[in-house]
Write a protein of this length. Structure first.
Length: 639
């Protein structure tokens, strides 16, 4: 059998492309929102010649876009259509059960009707109940009438049909299960073995038993994720030897073995693990440009060569995080908006117990999981979000659904209680609050920013608000990281005697507001209130905060010049980098002249054409679609 090397973006893409090939083979619509190319003609023809006749005997409809446990429906029997699941394996032997193969501890409890509070407790439960857990995973793995497994590296296709009843492992004295780790040894992964004469070549006289890997149970330390994967080769052997009942296997051989490898991207990855809000002036898509500019101007080859990085108008903090992730061990973040300070203040694991945070997130989610519309109270002043940003209040604002607004208050108050009771560190408090702000932004009923809410709830706003503990996976691990964070105006920050005009940071990066008509205190006022939770007085139809002391002077044409000059004279770092724009308050030439006048040397301006921010995708404004993104660079002698 020949071998062919194929490059694919990821396992998910391969699965989708195989489903598309099956649709093409039987000439039915391929239903998916994902836009991928097709498999090569060679692979599609190989699948067609191998299982095409079987597929054509069925009356298939593709339902992959519905996010069900099955990918196709066979309508040959109209009264009782059959479900078909498709699984693909690039290399190795692992297949994932539906529903519970990869989920949070809370979801696993719900699905299996368990009440296990912590990950260590789950490890102990699994070891004590291996057979019961394996049986439940088996039922979920083969919950469809037919499961088609494409094992490309071996060049075969397993077609596994389920009988009338559920799949069942035949447990008896001849079948022994063991694990690679004891409870004390178990860190994250634990392999489950089955011991018996599963090898069909073994003779009856063979006394020695063989140990086969049946699957792997994995409990992540740094996120709320519990995985289980079966070994398909062992499962097939068990089915063929009648150790698993109600399943039968047919094996089809492809002409070729395909060695799929994930496409490598050698370019710097600018996409962060943390999603960002649709944030005015976000530098998420400009990280490569910013990094390359800093390297080119300073002559550095990596952030690890920079002794300190201060992002003094940090917003959501993506630029500072990129420097930290790139190897810089000392960063400073600062923003005058409290929600931005909160979000940008936690990027490392120092003083954070990830296991504890995972448990707290699971507990908090459980606290609001079963709340229903019928449980909601009438207008309640103690529930500020519920009473002011949902239709439950007198003003009927629709930033959130009533249910999500109520959940926001419960979670926000619970996080505050944890802080008051001193059950969490300051960093853990801000991390939990950060997760809540991201969760709220995911279900907010806005076009882009919080300047106004939509008159009808959009689809994403109707989802349940849930804290996503997976977001902590992006935190940079290490106790040697120094990250200090402030919630100050820039002039006040530079006046702090402990910071000595930021002389302790080799690089200062400044990304101030660009234009006069985009004020962050109005556009993100709901997040500001949730972050502060200070029960402010609100005004107007949209419920803006009445007393605002956080409006940046950089947004004012009258005050921006004076603010810039004050900052440029005060900063005592070796290098300064300023992100700005061609549609900004101060012109390019004026800012270059100001930098030179205030003592900065070797002043340069790097330029990049960039898509202009639009707060509403349907906006028909006549402003240009593209702007020039500037990075102004300067250096000075440090005594």
């Amino acid at each position: 059998m020949k071998r062919v090397n194929v490059i694919c973006k990821n396992t998910e893409q391969l699965g989708i492309l195989v489903e598309r090939a099956m649709c093409d083979i039987v000439n039915i619509p391929f239903n998916t929102k994902r836009k991928y190319d097709a498999l090569s003609d060679e692979i599609t023809n190989d699948i067609n010649e191998t299982v095409g006749s079987m597929l054509k005997r069925m009356k298939l409809d593709h339902v992959g876009n519905l996010n069900k446990t099955y990918d196709f429906i066979d309508n040959n029997d109209v009264l009782k259509p059959k479900t078909v699941s498709v699984k693909t394996i690039m290399s190795g032997n692992k297949i994932c059960p539906q529903n519970i193969g990869q989920c949070s501890l809370n979801r696993l409890n719900t699905k299996l009707q368990l009440d296990i509070k912590t990950k260590p407790e789950m490890k102990g439960y699994f070891l004590d109940n291996k057979r019961d857990m394996l049986q439940k995973y088996l039922v979920n793995c083969f919950c469809c009438d037919m499961t088609i497994v494409y094992k490309f590296d071996k060049g075969c296709v397993y077609v596994i049909n389920k009988q009338q009843d559920e799949a069942n492992i035949r447990f008896d004295e001849t079948l022994c299960f063991s694990t690679s780790k004891t409870l004390s040894e178990w860190n994250e992964s634990n392999t489950i073995y089955v011991e018996n004469k599963l090898d069909t070549k073994a003779t009856k006289d063979t006394k020695d038993t063989k140990k086969y890997s049946l699957g792997e149970f994995q409990i992540h330390n740094n996120r709320d994720c519990i995985k289980f994967r079966f070994n398909i080769e062992t499962l097939v052997s068990m089915i063929n030897n009648n150790y698993v009942s109600n399943l039968c296997v047919n094996v089809y051989n492809l002409k070729t073995r395909y060695n799929f490898t994930v496409e490598k991207n050698n370019k710097m990855k600018s996409k962060l693990c943390f999603p960002s809000f649709n944030y005015i002036g976000s530098k998420m898509k400009l990280l490569d440009y910013i990094t390359e500019t800093i390297y080119d101007y300073t002559g550095k080859k990596s952030y690890s060569e920079i002794s300190g990085f201060a992002d003094i108008c940090s917003g959501t903090g993506v630029v500072a995080f990129n420097a930290l992730r790139g190897g810089c061990k000392s960063i400073l973040t600062n923003d005058i908006q409290h929600y931005a300070y909160t979000v940008s203040s936690v990027w490392g694991t120092k003083n954070i117990n990830i296991e504890k945070i995972s448990g707290l997130v699971a507990t908090l989610n459980l606290k609001v999981l079963d709340i229903k519309e019928s449980d909601l109270p009438t207008n309640d002043d103690k529930l500020f979000v519920y009473s002011n940003y949902t239709p439950a209040g007198d003003d009927k604002r629709m930033y959130l659904t009533k249910l999500n607004g109520y959940k926001t208050d419960i979670l926000r108050q619970s996080i505050e209680d944890l802080k008051i009771e001193r059950n969490i560190t300051d960093e853990e408090y801000r991390l939990l609050l950060k997760l809540l702000l991201y969760a709220v932004s995911n279900v907010s009923n806005i076009a882009s920013v919080y300047g106004a809410y939509l008159k009808a709830y959009k689809k994403s706003a109707l989802k349940d608000l849930v804290l996503n503990v997976d977001l902590v996976d992006s935190l940079v691990v290490g106790d040697d990281i120094k990250h200090v964070s402030y919630n100050l105006g820039i002039v006040d920050l530079l006046s702090d005697p402990n910071l000595n005009n930021l002389s302790g940071y080799e690089v200062v990066y400044l990304d101030p507001p660009y234009v006069a008509n985009r004020s962050y205190h109005d556009n993100y006022h709901v997040l500001e209130t949730i972050s502060r939770y200070d029960y402010p007085k609100l005004k107007g139809k949209t419920g803006l905060r009445e007393i605002v002391d956080t409006k940046s002077k950089f947004c004012s044409k009258r005050a921006a010049y004076g603010e810039f000059e004050s900052v440029l004279r005060s900063v005592k770092s070796k290098y300064i980098f300023i992100s700005y724009s061609s549609e900004s308050v101060i012109s390019k030439d004026d800012l270059i002249e100001m930098m030179k006048r205030t003592g900065w040397n070797n002043v340069k301006c790097y330029e990049k054409v960039y898509q202009r921010f639009k707060s509403n995708k349907n906006s028909n404004d006549k402003q240009p679609k593209q702007v020039k993104e500037y990075i102004f660079c300067g250096a000075q002698m440090i005594n």
